[in-house]
Design a protein around this ligand. Sequence first.
Ligand SMILES: Cc1cc2nc3c(=O)[nH]c(=O)nc-3n(C[C@H](O)[C@H](O)[C@H](O)COP(=O)(O)OP(=O)(O)OC[C@H]3O[C@@H](n4cnc5c(N)ncnc54)[C@H](O)[C@@H]3O)c2cc1C
Length: 437
Amino acid sequence: MNTAIDSSYSPDVVVIGGGIAGLQSALDLADQGMSVLVVERNASIGGHMIELSKVFPTLDCASCITTPKMSAAAHHPNIQILTYTEVEAIESIEEHHVVRLLQKPTYVNFDKCIGCRLCEYACDTEYPDPFEQGLGSVRAIAVPFTNAIPQKAVLDAEHCGTCGTCARVCPTGAIEFDQQPRRLSIHTDAVILATGFQLNAVTIKPQYHASLSRDIISPLTLERLLAPHGPYGRVLRPSDGKIPSSVAFVQCAGSRDESIGVPYCSRVCCMYAIKQAMLLSGALPLADITIYYMDIRAFGKGYEQFYQNAKAMGINFVRGKVARIQPVDGSDLSVLVETTEDAENPMQEHRHDLVVLAQGMVPGWNPKGIVNADCAGDGFVATPQLTAPTATTAPGIFVAGAAAGPKDIVDSIAEAGAAAMQVSEYLYQKRSLTTVG
Ligand SMILES: Cc1cc2nc3c(=O)[nH]c(=O)nc-3n(C[C@H](O)[C@H](O)[C@H](O)COP(=O)(O)OP(=O)(O)OC[C@H]3O[C@@H](n4cnc5c(N)ncnc54)[C@H](O)[C@@H]3O)c2cc1C
């Protein structure tokens, strides 16, 4: 637990969420001389971007881009970071905000922990690794992942066998089994909500039967399978460890669908499916790869060319809507698609041995009852001013990245810069008025 920060600390700005948007806003503000507190509920900053293998449209290594940003934020003299910390409430009194935080116990004293991982190596209790989407395992006390920031061990109380081995091997006496949750109240003049997104459940469409097969997977699981340091070091089927020979991507599996309450487009699914298909065809040159899609929304700079490149590489694109997915014959998956490409025979059944569902992006956090800012009908933070796209309905509270709606990395970073600029202007005006008054 990081106890260096207490309620006497009152930064200029509090950024909620340590994903790429939150980190970019924090760095832009800190470079202007403002003090910034980044609050992250996970044990490491980095958000979803640190979980990705490579990124469209450049196919750059995701962690090679994210890790320097994480490190720059962690080492910036004007930025403080609190991980493993939840926001309980943001109380706004006129234009001043009190951010009430709950810091969860890590059972490790961060001032003493040197990140040597001796506790992790000695621990003999394992559970499915959340960073690897449940593939592979992690010890009950561990540094969350290789390039996590902070590089500090965190003990998972739910899985700990309380054998005490970690405390015995720790060379600095950092293990503290008696740690308690800590509450802090941080006073600040501005808040940026950068709480990102999560994917809706892989089981959200019962007709896709994801609960019946471990080979109907989430796109984040495929990101980890494709990552060079992923759970298996190569792409294998989760159910039996076989190399897949026919992979299907089912688009709009959790978006653009009134029946599951997500009528909007999640925007990035077409592009990440194309990226993953390209990476897969490099990793599995003998595999057939098919993308079932309604439309391809290649909306950004260079994206259309990226799509054309995928077609030229031999990725098979089938236009239509997948009606049903079902495990058959032990290890195969039957995909029933209604295609618009064959008027004579629109309902077609194809067999695959791995299926990736493009789940919908939904808000990463529900701020209702916690913060004064309104949400739009889709649940994401509302941004009512067309000419100030990062302003919310609450004065002094701004939003950046996927917290305001589904977005790719480029747009999240651009919006984070815009939010930082709006905060800076807001604080300048507020403080000038106070000085004149
Ligand atoms: C499978 C997949 C592949 C993708 N591939 C690409 C790609 O190749 N190229 C591309 O441009 N985009 C890609 N994207 C989109 C990309 O992931 C997002 O654009 C980006 O992660 C948005 O960043 P963010 O910081 O807004 O949100 P997030 O990455 O979601 O970060 C939000 C952070 O806020 C934290 N948080 C949430 N609520 C709270 C709270 N209450 N208190 C404290 N902390 C909180 C979360 O733990 C998280 O760390 C992909 C998305 C998916 C699903």
